[in-house]
Design a protein around this ligand. Sequence first.
Ligand SMILES: Cc1cc2nc3c(=O)[nH]c(=O)nc-3n(C[C@H](O)[C@H](O)[C@H](O)COP(=O)(O)OP(=O)(O)OC[C@H]3O[C@@H](n4cnc5c(N)ncnc54)[C@H](O)[C@@H]3O)c2cc1C
Length: 270
Amino acid sequence: SIDTLHQHRHGVDVTFRQGGSRTFDLVLGADGLHSHTRRLQFGPEELFHRYLGYCFAGFTLRNTFGLVRETTMWNAPGRAAVLYAVGDDDDVHGFLNFARTEPPFDAFRDPEAQRDLVAEVFDGAGWEVPGMLAALRDADDLFFDVVSQIRMPHWSSGRVALVGDAAYAPSFLTGQGSSLALVGAYMLAGSLAAEHDHAAGFAAYERDTRAFVTLNQDQVGKGDAALFPTTARALEQRNTMLRSLGSMPPPAEGRPAHEALVLPEFRLRG
Ligand SMILES: Cc1cc2nc3c(=O)[nH]c(=O)nc-3n(C[C@H](O)[C@H](O)[C@H](O)COP(=O)(O)OP(=O)(O)OC[C@H]3O[C@@H](n4cnc5c(N)ncnc54)[C@H](O)[C@@H]3O)c2cc1C
């Protein structure tokens, strides 16, 4: 992990947290939503963080439900419990997702406070939720976070650039995070290879990728992305939409946001 970054005309001096230092031509931060590289070069996360009004806890629990490659979900307005069996395993992933107007600042960095908060929010819920809350108490892989996006005015500064969630996390409410990260990495690599220097490469990466990123980030709360409604009426509408999915033909026009960028063939400079 990077400890310090220092840019100069010919490179970036990097010292590593576990010791050692090196000078690189470029530094590309691909270290996710809470990017440390971003903080070092561009400033604190609060400058770029857009809270979307939800928190979630993810953890592993025993698959006593007989789930095989399937997901089941329980909902009430503003609350969702999900059991997700990726394969045919002894374990399943549990997610407890809930709406909250303000981020729970007190619970950050305190797993016990996170467990307490989730238990309080889901108190009295039916279905498999009591068992999930019991499993959450014992889970040693609890992952708790707020649901948020990263929006930055620029993705590079000098010889340092960001890619993926570090630069433009769209949140799982869009289902597009992996696509943006992969498309962004392709566009960044291609732009660097095709342009005459890193400044032109970073500028081309941003110029040719930003509209696609913004369109996908703007999907939050629209159509398929309205997955976790906070009112009974919106929940009913979502359920009606989900029930009809099986019988509906795919939309003729496809999904405009998903297809808004055709990956270019880059011509590499010799
Ligand atoms: C619950 C949940 C469900 C999701 N569902 C979907 C979905 O259905 N579809 C979808 O497309 N996307 C989904 N996403 C989003 C998707 O996971 C991310 O958008 C995607 O992983 C971003 O890729 P990335 O490579 O930019 O960052 P990450 O996958 O976050 O990778 C960053 C890497 O950097 C490492 N790292 C972090 N800090 C440091 C450091 N200081 N030093 C060194 N290394 C560091 C991390 O360990 C990690 O390996 C979901 C996310 C969550 C949380």
